[in-house]
Ligand binder design. Sequence first.
Ligand code: APR
Ligand code: ZN
Ligand code: ZN
Length: 361
Amino acid sequence: MAQRVRGVIAPGKNEPVRVETIIVPDPGPGEAVVKIQACGVCHTDLHYKQGGINDDFPFLLGHEAAGVVESVGEGVTEVAPGDFVVLNWRAVCGQCRACLRGRPQYCFNTHNAKQKMTLEDGTELSPALGIGAFAEKTLVAAGQCTKVDPAAKPEVAGLLGCGVMAGIGAAINTGGVTRGDSVAVIGCGGVGDAAIMGSRLAGARKIIAVDIDPRKLAKAVELGATHTVNSRETDAVEAIRELTEGNGADVVIEAVGRPETYEQAFYARDLAGTVVLVGVPTPDMKIELPLQEVFGRGGSLKSSWYGDCLPSRDFPMLVDLHLQGRLALDAFVSETISLDDIEAAFEKMHHGEVLRSVVIL
Ligand code: APR
Ligand code: ZN
Ligand code: ZN
């Protein structure tokens, strides 16, 4: 029988979010209902609220979540009621040309639940990134549930569902950071800090944190940066070169999503080095680069969506490393809040006061 739960919706462009009663249908074939235990507040939730993603209001916000599977629909074999899972927005299809070539992390046909959650009056909701986890329960495709070790705290494990995975994956999966590398990370918010943590895990020898906010640089050092550059005061490219014997870094990770920081990343890498763009640009942004420099420097210029992660491969592994004390994911949880505090959390995020506010249910 359909259930009534509390959930946070964005009713219309730039309108304040509010807690409403959400109707969650029983899971149909291939679907699962998950009892949410924790869900982080991400920039993407704010972008939905601002109408920056699309106009499919009302949205059911929230997508960096962990919880326990309550029920599953017909034909679901990958998870069972009682499983502790992290939700993902890359439920791979297994059939598309990327999947068939053995590259499911690029799946071009990821899927979500087929049925709709609604408001009490029947209005259909658009769940953020096909998840909608600022709610006591949510309906997802079973493939969006990745089983991990239940010894991990939900508020920590859930963060792997989005920003933290994007950053760690940008370093390890996309950038291929390895033992002995020098890495520069431009922009040390949640994503950049996760890239720093990932670089450290991968054995980088030098990790240079670049930001315009000294508070962010201090935090980056706590998470593993070996050097910092305040790019409001110093030329970032010069500073990175100086710290790398005049060469530039092997891997430069851009975690801001702006043309000027991308340009810094481009010029701050060593010959044959790699630039990874994980910051998300807006449609108006453009960049001009001398083509001869693009050619002459060799190496690669890459983008990283969701850290090129494969949830079934990466989430359980990263949770295990965390439980072994090798990945301090707790450092990303700045505060725990309730469903009623999300507007306030957006405000703090906007002012750079928090890495992550996490809703506990
Ligand atoms: N140079 C260096 N750092 C900058 C600059 C700049 N010109 N402008 C902003 N920053 C820093 C901010 O001070 C902040 O520390 O970049 C960081 C951005 O962090 P957050 O706003 O917390 O964003 P985060 O969640 O880390 O996401 C970063 O990745 O997934 C995308 O949409 C996301 O584009 C965003 C990026
Ligand atoms: Zn696919
Ligand atoms: Zn997110």
